[in-house]
Ligand binder design. Sequence first.
Ligand SMILES: C[S@@+](CC[C@H](N)C(=O)[O-])C[C@H]1O[C@@H](n2cnc3c(N)ncnc32)[C@H](O)[C@@H]1O
Length: 461
Amino acid sequence: MSDLPAPILSHDVPCRSPVPIVDNTENPLKHKNVSKTCINPEICQLVKNGHKKSDLEKIQDLLAWKPWTLSEKIEIRRGQFGIGVFAKEDLKIDEQLFFASPCQTIRIENAFEVIESELDLTEEDVKQHLDCADTLAVYILFELRKGPKSDIWPYLATMPEEYTTPFDYWPVELHDYLTPASNDFLFLATSDYVDAYMKIRGFLEKHNVEESEFHRAYSIVSTRYYYADGPATHPDWFVSGLGEADCGALGPIFDLWNHQSIKPNTDWIVGEDGSMTMNVQEPVQAGEELFISYGSRVDENVRMAQTYGFTIEDPSKVEELIYIYKDEIVDACVARLGKSFAECDDRTSHLIVENDEEGGHINFDCSINSYPLESIFASDNPEEDNDHNKASRLLRGALHIIYERRSFLEHLLQEIEDALEDDINREHKFMAKNIATSELATVTKCMTQMEDLAIAYERLT
Ligand SMILES: C[S@@+](CC[C@H](N)C(=O)[O-])C[C@H]1O[C@@H](n2cnc3c(N)ncnc32)[C@H](O)[C@@H]1O
C-alpha cells in the first residue's frame, strides 16, 4: 500500500491558459507559489541580504513551487553523483514515490505557447523544421534569460550553471586515449546540438544568442528529457508526428533521479494523460540512493558519455557493444584464411556496404551467427562445407579479432594510466579510462565465451 495521498488527477490541476506577457516590475515572481519560495525564514532573510542560494536551497524552492505528490519516505540531497534522491526509510516493491500531473511537467505545448506568443519566429528563421528537443531547447533558453520572471524559474534555478559535457569539448591531444567506438560517439555528441544550432542560427543571432548559451539550454534538455506523447496539434514549424510517443518532456523532481543500468531500484510510468508516476522496483534500504535506468541503450559507457556526460567506473555495472571495424576484419581474414590483403579488403568493403553499417563498423554481439562475419569467413567451396567446419572457421576469425582488440585495449589502458600521472585534463582521462576498462571487460567476457565454444567444437571432432 502506498503512503501517498491519492494521486492528483490531471483534471484536478488546471493547466495554464496561454500566458500573456505580464509586466512583472512590481512582483518579479509572477507565480503565486513562487513568492512563498523561502520556506525557511532564516534562508529568506539571508537571500534578502544578497546571499547566493545553495543547490539545496534552490531544491527547497522547487519543492515549495507546486503541490507535488512526493513520498515522505524519500529525500533529495547531495550524493556521489551531484543531487540525487535517497530513501529515508526502507521501501517495498511497488510503493509509489512520486506523482506529477501533466501540468506539473514541462511539455512541448508549454514551449509552443511561449515561442508562438513571445518570440518573433519567422518562416525564414525556420527553414528546416524544429523537432521536440530543438523546440524545448529554444524555450528553456528564453526562459533562462527571463530569470526569476520566468514561469518555470523554481525549476530552472536548479539547473547547473555550467552545462558542458567532457565529450562535447574533448581536447584534441587526448583523442588517442579514446577507443575507436568512442571516437565515433565523440562526433555524435556534438553533431546533435550543432545541427540544431545551425537550423535556427539566423533566429538565434537575431536574439544575440551565442553558441555556448544555446549549448547549455540544449544540454539541459538532452540530459533531462523523457519520452512522452507528441502534441495533439502543433505549429507549422514543428516536425514531429502528432500524438506519437516520439516527443519529450522535462520532469521537475523526476529528473533528480540518477542513473544505474543494471537493476535500478525504481522505475517510472508515463500515463496516457501524460502524468508521471515513480514506483519502487527493487526493495530499498533506508539511506540508499534511488536510481532509474535512463534507457535500454545507455548501458554502454560510451553512450552515456555522449548523451549525459558521465561514465561509470565499475565495469560490472555497464556492458559495451563490441563494434568491429573493417580493418580488423581484413586483418583477421588475411591471418586466418591466408588470403591476400587485396582479396580480403575487397570482400570486407563489399559486405560492410551491403550490411549498411555506418562508419565502416559492424555491431558484434559475440555470437558466431554474426553477419557479415559469416560471409567473410565462409568457405570458397560452400557445397563441400559442413556446419562444424563453418563454425570453427568463424570462431577462429572472431577470436583473432577479439585477441587483437584485447591487446589494443590493454595497451591503451597502460597509456592512460601513464598519462594520469600529470594533472592536466584529469576528468577527461578518467572518462577515457572508464570507457576502455568497460570495453575490455566486455571483450574479455566475449573472449571466454568464444574460447569455451571453440573447445566444445574441438571435442566434437
Ligand atoms: C537528470 S540529471 C540527474 C540529477 C543530477 N545529479 C543533478 O545534480 O541535477 C542527469 C545528470 O546527473 C548525473 N548523473 C546521473 N547518473 C549518474 C551516474 N550514475 N554517474 C555519474 N553521474 C550521473 C550526470 O551529470 C547527468 O547528466
